[in-house]
Design a protein around this ligand. Structure first.
Ligand code: CTP
Length: 401
């Protein structure tokens, strides 16, 4: 469940910080990539050297790295993370988080994080019982944060009561349970095509298109995050995959893409055709570079490429979900609906080149999901990662039908 997950471990200044070392070990052992962010007070209890050795990353504590002057971007960290866990969470940090007092790296990172946040409070029993702590925890809960309740036992003060940080094993279990509940594609195999195809003219030239692959790659990451085993058949792009549950197959031409996708399709529950496939290939490809000095202007003879989506759609077995994309410039909905029929799709994701910031290469997209029954679900302009969530939600709804 934790394999490949990006986790921020926030450590505050409390005696329970010694347990954070063990928590860090457990997370790393479970396959997570962990970045530690520690408050200045936290460093009084546990040294960054121990934490950086175990995590494999320099520990972040200050807004700037003193010797280089470089800025530690809490915004980038917040976007990188799949989850943030703050253990121990002291009364002071809980108060700052609840009220947006961003005076250290840990709280600013928390405020920037878009991922689920877990807190394991640890403090003395009277601090824990104080109405201000209860109110702050209630506020944090109301923001959607997950509070891992402290246990009852002997505390640092030698008093006995509620305030002991939950054991690291149980913190990991709580996080795993959360991720398991989000894994609505667990056990499913998803095939995705992405990027452009290149159709070779000669060894140095090709016919291609502007597709960057960003939309397909975002969908692949989203499916893998939700528990699927993903086969991503990609045309030539400069993107990287980060999730280990994505098996990437790089191809160049439409015919190579069909061969790879066709092979993976039989074992797939879902196929999402995101690639911008060239409709034609060059029949008279040259084996050597075509030279300008030749007197004649070269003639490129085109031949029709296979329609990958339609080929898969014709071999669809019951229960398999097949999704297409349509990038249109005119009569968008009409054209998209025709493609649903022609390719035997369950639904199509339409975007219009007329929408600003919703085309090739951008980080945002604006889509309408159109179903076989003709119903249309329009969405606003959003980051491609969020569009991916909408598309995958629609896939999951079909699988559950
Ligand atoms: N598609 C495909 N193989 C092709 C062409 C398209 O798998 N040879 C898929 C795309 O990945 C997309 C859908 O079919 O999911 C629609 O692609 P698009 O290029 O919009 O449609 P075409 O069928 O090529 O029609 P046209 O170019 O006339 O709009």
């Amino acid at each position: 469940m934790m394999k490949g997950k990006h986790i921020i471990l926030g450590i505050c200044g409390g005696i329970a910080a010694y347990k954070s070392v063990y928590l860090l070990r457990l997370l790393v052992k479970a396959g997570a990539d962990v970045q530690v962010v520690i408050t200045p007070a936290g460093k009084e209890f546990i040294t960054p050297v121990t934490l950086s050795s175990l995590s494999g990353h320099p520990v972040i504590s200050e807004f700037f790295t003193a010797n280089t002057g470089s800025w530690n971007s809490h915004v980038d960290l917040g976007l990188w993370a799949d989850a943030m866990v703050i253990a121990p969470a002291t009364a002071s940090t809980i108060g700052k988080m609840a009220n947006g007092i961003a005076d250290n790296m840990l709280v600013t990172t928390y405020l920037s994080a878009k991922c689920p946040v877990f807190l394991a409070p640890a403090m003395d029993l009277d601090m824990m019982a104080h109405p201000s702590t209860s109110r702050n925890l209630e506020l944090l809960r109301s923001y959607g944060n997950h509070i891992i309740e402290p246990g009852v036992g002997e505390l640092a003060s030698h008093l006995v009561g509620k305030g002991r940080m939950e054991e690291p094993e149980n913190i990991v279990k709580a996080m795993e349970a959360y991720f398991a509940s989000k894994c609505d594609l667990s056990g499913r195999r998803v095939l995705i095509t992405a990027g452009p195809t290149y159709e070779r003219i000669d060894p140095v030239r090709f016919i291609g298109n502007y597709s960057s692959g960003k939309m397909g790659f975002a969908i692949a990451e989203e499916c893998a995050r939700r528990g699927a085993e993903v086969t991503l058949v990609s045309g030539p792009v400069s993107l990287k995959c980060s999730n280990p549950h994505i098996k990437r197959i790089d191809v160049e031409s439409a015919r190579q893409m069909l061969s790879a996708a066709g092979e993976a399709f039989a074992g797939s529950d879902v196929a999402i055709m995101c690639a911008a496939v060239a409709d034609y290939y060059v029949e008279n490809q040259a084996d050597s570079k075509i030279k300008r000095e030749n007197n004649e202007i070269p003639q490129i003879k085109l031949q029709r490429n296979p329609d990958i989506a339609a080929t898969l759609g014709a071999n669809n077995r019951p229960g398999q979900v097949l999704v297409g994309f349509a990038l249109e410039t005119d009569y968008e909905a009409v054209n998209a609906k025709l493609k649903i029929e022609k390719k035997n799709l369950d639904f199509i994701v339409l975007n219009s080149l007329r929408d600003k910031d919703a085309c090739f290469g951008t980080d945002t997209n604006k889509v309408t999901i159109i179903s076989r029954d003709g119903s249309e679900k329009p969405f606003g302009l959003k980051p491609k990662a969020d569009v991916a969530k909408d598309v995958v939600d629609e896939v999951v709804a079909r699988l559950q039908k």
